[in-house]
Ligand binder design. Sequence first.
Ligand code: NAP
Length: 308
Amino acid sequence: MKRVLVAARADADAFAAEFRVALPDHEIITNVPDDGLPVPYAVVGRPLPGLLAALPGLELVLSLNAGVEHLIASGEVPAGVPIVRMVDPGLVDGMVEWVAAQVLAWHRNLIAYRRKQDARAWEPAAEKLAHERIVTVLGAGALGGPVAAMLATIGFTVRAWSRTPRAVPGVATFAGRETLAEAVSGADVLVNLLPATADTVDLIDRALLDRLARGAFVVNGGRGTAIVDKDLIAALDDGQLSGAALDVFHTEPLPADDPYWLREDVLVSPHVAAPTHVSTAVGVMADSVRRWERSETPPNVVDLDRGY
Ligand code: NAP
């Protein structure tokens, strides 16, 4: 029986139980064995240092996360062992819900009204229709594509930006760095769903924020590294931005003295936009194992040169 090591730091027992159902002809283990026998498959989130190197006969790393920059940067995945990143229906649904919630809350002034409620202030804001708002989504991949499509379905005027050309129903698409300025120009909402790579670090800086419409709203569900925090804060302070919803940060957990905590115009959430759910993720990972054993390349193998 081939072994699958489930080294999730949270919910390991629940993942293992589901794997035993999905792969009954495999041995599912949750601790690194000391018998020297091969462990071809490792299911990991953020593995403890040395864990992957300790696995004899490792063939495939199944990431519990969609973002794998930490795995690449750790240098601990043995050369030649592919990393399959997490893309599953639960993750997509989660991100679509979270971004839609943030964009609609801002669009319909819900947070502003909650603040006015404290002052018993009956002050209607100018309520716009969705099609009067331009939303630019950075990233048009497994998450950005469905997010952009859903925002378009709600009625927003949506643009999506990616590295290579992508088609998204109802969405104007842009590809390549040379189109970035056009993609974000005049946007009322900027949604970041880019992976953390050398090319996306500090992409959202003051120059980019200044291209947005005055009073724009920034939503970050991708990675904190994309944003130059001091530029975002300065843009909030001077009114170029009216608010931001941030789920991901340079340092997580967000340090207690981080200025984002105290801002009324920033919604901080603790990296929960699209968590990995046992119920939807295990079937996808089991399918990757099956494909691997049929000598097929599983979907969503990370391209180490691209960094995602
Ligand atoms: P994906 O399928 O790999 O899509 C990434 C998108 O970004 C693609 O459209 C890609 O372009 C584009 N891109 C990458 N580098 C670029 C560059 N230099 N210039 C322009 N576009 C670039 O990834 P995904 O599954 O959608 O996930 C995106 C990220 O979301 C993850 O990497 C992770 O960091 C984050 N995430 C966060 C949470 C959370 O709970 N907050 C949960 C899951 C994921 P191409 O289409 O041309 O390749």
